[in-house]
Design a protein around this ligand. Structure first.
Ligand SMILES: NC(=O)c1ccc[n+]([C@@H]2O[C@H](COP(=O)([O-])OP(=O)(O)OC[C@H]3O[C@@H](n4cnc5c(N)ncnc54)[C@H](OP(=O)(O)O)[C@@H]3O)[C@@H](O)[C@H]2O)c1
Length: 295
């Protein structure tokens, strides 16, 4: 089976390529600009794909599975750049689905907890009606719809609150700020589920192996607010730093966020078993950060 990972240089893309290499898969890594020799082993560099440029999508050939880790993922910037967000997360994903259908490839695609409105009080089931509260969420919902509208074998994996020892993410930011500052204020009125990209990538490889299709939710277990997640990280890097709760209104951002976005993962759990707790996964990443950042 030949697999292509699109967006291989992103936070999740890197983990996805590593998980597939570890599993001994025949994988190629694709970035928008073309991966440099230092990014990946030369032997696994695949065709360069820009989801906003149809010709590059049409060049995808000879793969059995295409895993799309690429996205316009800047939630705040999307508010003022709706056209770009929809071009990549909506129209581009639709082109990719059509291309996969034509070359007989299965499309694996990642979506987000931000397709939901955030007003639930219990984990969102896969079938819960989607009603995004920001541009990014609407663009991701558009991508989902385009895949389902196309006659392509697919697996859409909705996930949430991703972090890794690399890339720009909340856990790394809080670890760095916690080391520098005496006090931090972090929002305590948004509740979700932090998820390690490495666990997500490993789980996705297993879902593929199990022949999963349709839409599934996959995250680590437990739930937290950003304040609780920050407190957990900072306690490990600098217990002297005080983390204080605040409201979203006190820390306004361009894009509104859903207040509650925990995903019901019972279906993926039935296939994969229980995932690790977000606390254990964060501890693992923070301990590796401490080594790599020299702290
Ligand atoms: N981060 C989260 O908390 C979160 C939560 C839920 C779901 N997700 C979903 O998980 C997936 C992975 O997210 P991530 O956090 O790994 O994002 P990321 O680190 O921002 O990586 C996104 C990748 O997409 C690439 N990309 C952007 N525009 C592109 C285009 N037009 N054509 C091809 N590649 C393009 C970027 O390449 P450049 O470096 O060239 O820009 C980057 O490598 C996305 O589908 C995202 O919506 C993320």
């Amino acid at each position: 089976m030949r697999l292509l990972v699109i967006g291989a240089g992103g936070m999740l893309g890197r983990a996805m390529v590593a998980a597939l290499v570890n599993a001994g898969s025949d994988v190629r890594a694709s970035t928008r600009a073309g991966a440099g020799p230092d990014a990946f082993d030369h032997g696994i560099i695949g065709p360069s794909v820009d989801l906003a440029v149809r010709d590059t999508v049409e060049r995808i050939a000879d793969f059995d599975v295409v895993i799309n880790c690429a996205a316009y993922a800047d939630v705040d910037r999307a508010e003022d750049d709706e056209a770009s967000a929809f071009a990549v997360n909506g129209v581009g994903v639709g082109w990719l689905a059509e291309r996969c259908a034509r070359i007989d490839a299965k499309l694996v695609h990642f979506s987000t907890d931000y397709v939901f409105d955030g007003r639930a009080t219990a984990p969102y089931a896969v079938e819960h009606p989607i009603l995004p509260v920001n541009v990014y969420g609407r663009s991701k919902a558009d991508g989902e719809c385009r895949i389902r509208a196309c006659d392509v074998p697919h697996l859409i994996v909705r996930t949430s609150w991703l972090y890794a020892p690399w890339g720009k993410n909340f856990v790394r930011t809080m670890a760095a700020l916690g080391r520098e500052r005496a006090e931090l204020r972090v929002v305590h009125d948004q509740r979700g589920r932090p998820t390690s990209v490495e666990a997500l990538a490993a789980g996705t490889v297993r879902l593929l192996g199990a022949g999963a299709s349709g839409t599934l939710h996959l995250t680590d277990s437990g739930e937290a607010t950003w304040f609780e997640l920050a407190s957990h990280v900072v306690r490990r890097v600098n217990p002297a730093c005080r983390v204080l709760p605040c409201t979203s209104a006190e820390f306004p951002r361009p894009a509104p966020r859903p207040g509650y976005s925990v995903l019901d993962i019972s279906r993926s759990e039935a296939l994969l078993g229980a995932p690790c707790s977000w606390q254990d996964a964060v501890d693992d990443v923070v301990s590796r950060l401490a080594r790599s950042d020299g702290a």
